[in-house]
Design a protein around this ligand. Structure first.
Ligand code: IPE
Ligand code: MG
Length: 216
């Protein structure tokens, strides 16, 4: 979800206004993905690198996160959404962790869309942590399956499609291991303007692709 700041800037608004406006497309995507029976939606909400932003913005983002979790819990429940989170969750403010744990618990028996929030997430750290955990368990060598099983995403399928908004042609430390064979889709649309129609366009593009996984 990229482009909140530039969306706000283009309108002469503070960056926080862009982050606030970015909540609505999250609601829309949850509903659209639920309707389309997409099993898993992972949203990259806050990276380990985002702490380097000005303190005010970090505080705003954390406040917005716990506020949105609380406010949207009912909507998520009505849509049968189950919630999970990946990332170094221990590094999040207590207010966010409390709200996150409460919401995950509330939605835990739902069987619809799995909404997976990447929070304080960085893929390199995820891989290093996984390898260190396997070493601590006394492993001398591991298989690709074992490494997959030691990541935050253990048990989740690898993404079929990665959508990046705001036109940036990079992966920015997102699910590096898991997106080895994912299809990538970049749209110039800023995240706050990303609508159902944009999602459908991305899915139609995805459907037109031939996935060969290295074969012929
Ligand atoms: C995405 O929008 C939101 C987060 C990373 C939390 P940005 O804040 O990165 O917006 P730009 O890239 O400055 O436009
Ligand atoms: Mg950005």
């Amino acid at each position: 979800m990229d482009g909140n700041g530039r969306w706000a800037q283009a309108k002469g608004l503070p960056r926080l206004a862009g982050h606030k406006a970015g909540v609505e497309p999250v609601r829309e995507m949850v509903k659209a993905c639920s309707e389309l029976k997409i099993p898993v939606l992972t949203l990259y909400a806050f990276s380990t690198e985002n702490w380097a932003r000005p303190q005010d913005e970090v505080t705003d983002l954390m406040g917005l996160l716990s506020f949105a979790l609380r406010r949207e819990a009912e909507m998520l429940h009505k849509n049968h959404v189950r919630l999970s989170a990946i990332g170094h969750l221990e590094g999040l403010p207590q207010s966010v962790r409390t709200e996150l744990e409460r919401t995950i618990e509330r939605l835990k028996d739902n069987t619809g869309l799995r909404l997976n929030l990447a929070l304080n997430y960085g893929a390199r750290q995820e891989i290093v942590d996984a390898v260190n955990r396997l070493i601590a368990e006394g492993r001398k060598s591991i298989s690709a399956e074992e490494l997959s099983g030691a990541l935050y995403t253990a048990g989740l399928p690898d993404p079929d499609l990665v959508i990046r908004t705001s036109g940036e042609m990079r992966v920015s430390n997102f699910l590096l291991w898991q997106i080895a064979y994912s299809e990538l889709y970049v749209t110039p649309v800023f995240w706050p303007d990303f609508s159902r129609e944009h999602l459908y366009a991305a899915l139609a593009d995805y459907q037109s692709r031939q996935r060969r996984f290295g074969r012929l």
